[in-house]
Design a protein around this ligand. Structure first.
Ligand code: ADP
Ligand code: MG
Length: 634
C-alpha cells in the first residue's frame, strides 16, 4: 500500500563551495579493507544504517519529551527508503535528531580510533571471505555502506532551531567534503550510489527481505518506496502464547547482533510493588568483548514502550552482563534521565526480581537440562562465580550453581558441591578441594596422593576465579570446605611402614636446622603416598594457587611461610635417616634436604631461581652415574 506522506526531502541545493578534509591514516586503512576485502553478509550495511537512523530518532523523541522547541516538532518519526534502479541508488531518510558540523567531523569523518584499530586487526587476522556481520560491534557501522556504494552523500540538518543544512560526501578514498546547503527539514538523508555490480540493493524485494530479517523490531516505522515493512509491535507486550519461537529468535538476533540462536530466554509480566514486562535472553556464547571496559550492556530499558536507554547497567547485577533483551516499566517517568536511572529505586526493585528469576532459570537448567547448564557454566561460569562477592541475598542459591571439575570425573565434566555431598561416604563430613592452574597440575599435586589412595573425591578448582572466591566460602550447608593443601587436615587413615618415632624426630630436627625460617614448620606427613615431601599452607597462610594469583597482580606480594611435610615411609627419606649415622655425610644430607625443599617449591610453581636446584641435581646425577667398582678386582 503506497503511502502519501512520503518524507524524503528534495535534494537540497549547495550554498557553499565544498571544504575538503583528509581522512586519518587508520581511517584510510579501514576504508581500504572495507572496500577491498571480500565479505559475506554484505547486506548488513542496511541494518547498520537503519540502526543509526533509529538511534537518531530515539534521541529526538527523548529530547522532545521535555523540549518541543526544535526544527519540525510535528514531523512523523519514521525511516523512509527510496530505491531507484535506473540511477542505481538507495536513499535512506530519517526524521531523527540530525547532525551538526561537529558531528560530521567527529562522528562520521573520524571514528573512535580504538574501534577502528580493533576492527582492522580483526580483519587482518582472517583469511578468506570476512563475515561482515560483526562490523556493527566495533562502532564503525556507517562505513559498512562502502561495501556496496562507491559514493556516499549525507544530507542532514540538526534539530536545534539555529542549525544549518549540511552535506558530507565521500567516495571512500583519502578524503571527504563538507558543504552548507539550504536543507530545511530536520533529520538525515543518506544517499548510496551503488557499485555497478550491487544493483540488487536497489531492488524492492531484496531490500524488504533484508529489513524483515535484520531490522524487523526497530521502534520506528520503516517504509520502502512508501510501503511499511517492519513490525513495529513491541513483542514483549504480547502474551507468551502469541509469540512463536521464530519471532523470539529473530528478536534476540535483533537486540544482540548475534547470528546464533540464544541458549534460552525468560519472558515476564509482573504487577505488584513494581510493574514491568521483560524479555531476556542468555546467549549461547560469551560476547567477545564481555570483559572490556567499554562493553555495552545489552538490556534495553523502555518506559511504556518508549525507548529510554540501550545500555542500562543497573537493571541487572554485573555478573549478568551477558544477558540481552528488553525491560519495559510503567513505573518510571517518561522523561527520566540517565542519572536518575542510575539510582532509581524502581530499577533496584526490578533488578532484585530479575536476579531471582534468572537464577530460577539457571536452577531449572541445572536440574532438568544439564547440557544447557554445562554450556552456561563453560561460557559464563567464571563471571557468574565472581558475582558472589556482591551478592548477599542470592548467595546460597549461587553457590549451589557453581561448577567445578572433579578428581573422580572425566576431563570436561562438571559437578557442584551438592552432588559431591550426595556422593560422599556417610562418615565423611568435609568437602575437599584443590586449587590449581589446570586439571593436570591439580592431579599431580603430591597432596592428592592420600585422597587418590583412599578413593576420596577432590574438587578440582582450576579456574583463576576459584582462588578468589574460595576464601569467602568456608562452608557448604553443614560441611566444611577444606583445601587439601591446608596444614591442619585431620586425616583418619594412618599409613604404615614409616620411620620409628625417635628416628622421625631426629630427622625432622635435621630438616629444621637446614631450612631455618624459610618454613613455618617441618612435620611428618599422613597424606603422602608416592612423594617424599610436600609443602602445605601454614596456619596463617594462603593456598599456593591463591598466592600465585596475588603475585600476578602485585609483584611485591610476599607469600606466607609454608609447612614442609615429610613422608617417612618413602625410601629416599629412609635413606636420609640412615645416612645420619654415617660420619662425614653432613654436607650430603644438607644438599639433599635443600633439593627436596626446592623441588616442592618448583612443583607448586613458586621456585623463583632454579640455578641452585639444577647445580645440585647435576652433582647428584654425577654421583649416581659413577661406574660401580669392578667386581672381582684383586
Ligand atoms: P555507532 O553507531 O556505533 O556510533 P556508526 O559508524 O554506525 O557507529 O555511526 C557513527 C556516528 O555517526 C553515530 O554514533 C552518530 O553519531 C552518527 N550518525 C550516523 N548516522 C546518523 C544518522 N542517521 N543521524 C544522526 N547521526 C548519525
Ligand atoms: Mg551504528
Amino acid at each position: 500500500m503506497a503511502d502519501e506522506t512520503n518524507t524524503t526531502p528534495e535534494a537540497p541545493e549547495s550554498t557553499q563551495a565544498p571544504e575538503v578534509h583528509e581522512f586519518k591514516a587508520e581511517m584510510k586503512q579501514l576504508l581500504h579493507l572495507i572496500i577491498h576485502s571480500l565479505y559475506t553478509h554484505e547486506e548488513i550495511f542496511l541494518r547498520e544504517l537503519i540502526s543509526n537512523a533509529s538511534d537518531a530518532l530515539n534521541k529526538i523523541r527523548f529530547r522532545m519529551l521535555t523540549d518541543r522547541d526544535v526544527v519540525d516538532a510535528d514531523a512523523e518519526q519514521r525511516i523512509d527508503i527510496k530505491l531507484d534502479k535506473n540511477e542505481n541508488t538507495l536513499v535512506l531518510t530519517d526524521t531523527g535528531v540530525g547532525m551538526t558540523k561537529d558531528d560530521l567531523l567527529r562522528r562520521i569523518g573520524t571514528v573512535a580510533s580504538s574501534g577502528t584499530l580493533e576492527f582492522v586487526q580483526e580483519l587482518k587476522k582472517q583469511d578468506g571471505p570476512v563475515d561482515a556481520s560483526m562490523i556493527g560491534q566495533f562502532g564503525v557501522g556507517f562505513y559498512s555502506a562502502f561495501m556496496v556504494a562507491d559514493t556516499i552523500t549525507v544530507d542532514t540538518r540538526h534539530a536545534d532551531k539555529d542549525s544549518q543544512g549540511l552535506r558530507w560526501t565521500s567516495d571512500g578514498g583519502g578524503s571527504y567534503t563538507i558543504e552548507e546547503t539550504d536543507r530545511t527539514e530536520r533529520g538525515t538523508t543518506i544517499t548510496l550510489h551503488l557499485k555497478e555490480d550491487k544493483g540488487e540493493f536497489a531492488e524492492e524485494w531484496r531490500v524488504k527481505s533484508i529489513i524483515r530479517k535484520y531490522s524487523n523490531f526497530v521502534d520506528f516505522p520503516v517504509h520502502v518506496d512508501g510501503e511499511l515493512v517492519n513490525t513495529v509491535d513491541a513483542l514483549w507486550h504480547k502474551s507468551k502464547s502469541d509469540i512463536t519461537d521464530e519471532q523470539l529468535t529473530e528478536f534476540y538476533k535483533f537486540v544482540s547482533n548475534d547470528t546464533d540462536e540464544p541458549l534460552g530466554h525468560l519472558q515476564l509480566s509482573l504487577e505488584g510493588v513494581v510493574s514491568f514486562k521483560a524479555l531476556l535472553f542468555i546467549p549461547r556464547k560469551a560476547p567477545r568483548d564481555m570483559f572490556q571496559e567499554d562493553y555495552k550492556y545489552g538490556v534495553h530499558l523502555y518506559s511504556s514502550k518508549v525507548f529510554i536507554q540501550d545500555d542500562a547497567k543497573n537493571l541487572l547485577p554485573d555478573w549478568c552482563r551477558f544477558v540481552k533483551g528488553v525491560v519495559d516499566t510503567e513505573d518510571l517517568p517518561l522523561n527520566v534521565s540517565r542519572e536518575v536511572t542510575q539510582n532509581s529505586p524502581v530499577l533496584a526493585k526490578i533488578r532484585k526480581i530479575l536476579t531471582g528469576k534468572i537464577l530460577g532459570l539457571l536452577e531449572e537448567w541445572a536440574e532438568g537440562e544439564p547440557e544447557k547448564f554445562a554450556t552456561f557454566s563453560k561460557e559464563f561460569g567464571p563471571l557468574f562465580k565472581s558475582g558472589i562477592q556482591f551478592e548477599f541475598e542470592h548467595r546460597d542459591q549461587m553457590i549451589d550453581l557453581f561448577r567445578f571439575e572433579s578428581s573422580i570425573k572425566d576431563k570436561g565434566e562438571w559437578t557442584g558441591f551438592g552432588a559431591y555431598a550426595d556422593r560422599m561416604p556417610s562418615d565423611q563430613d568435609k568437602i575437599y578441594y584443590v586449587l590449581a592452574d589446570g586439571r593436570e597440575a591439580a592431579l599431580r599435586n603430591p597432596n592428592m596422593e592420600y585422597f587418590t589412595a583412599n578413593d576420596m573425591e577432590v574438587l578440582l578448582m582450576t579456574e583463576p576465579v576459584d582462588a578468589f572466591i574460595m576464601p569467602g566460602i568456608p562452608k557448604y550447608k553443614d560441611f566444611d570446605l577444606v583445601s587439601i593443601e591446608s596444614s591442619d587436615l585431620k586425616l583418619d587413615k594412618k599409613k604404615k611402614g614409616g620411620l620409628k618415632k625417635g628416628e622421625t624426630k631426629k630427622l625432622v630436627e635435621r630438616f629444621k636446622d637446614v631450612l631455618g625460617d624459610r618454613v613455618e614448620d617441618v612435620r611428618s606427613s599422613d597424606r603422602l603416598v608416592d612423594s617424599a615431601v610436600t609443602l602445605v599452607t601454614g596456619t596463617a597462610g594462603m593456598d599456593a594457587q591463591m598466592e600465585r594469583v596475588m603475585k600476578m597482580m602485585d609483584e611485591s606480594f610476599e607469600g606466607s611461610k609454608k609447612v614442609l611435610e615429610v613422608n617417612t615411609a618413602h625410601p629416599l627419606i629412609k635413606n636420609l635417616s640412615a645416612l645420619r649415622d654415617v660420619p662425614g655425610q653432613e654436607e650430603r644430607i644438607k644438599e639433599a634436604i635443600e633439593q627436596l625443599y626446592e623441588g616442592a617449591l618448583l612443583l607448586e610453581g613458586s621456585l623463583d631461581n632454579p640455578a641452585d636446584f639444577v647445580r645440585r641435581m647435576m652433582a647428584f646425577m654425577e654421583q649416581s652415574t659413577k661406574p660401580a667398582p669392578e667386581e672381582g678386582a684383586e
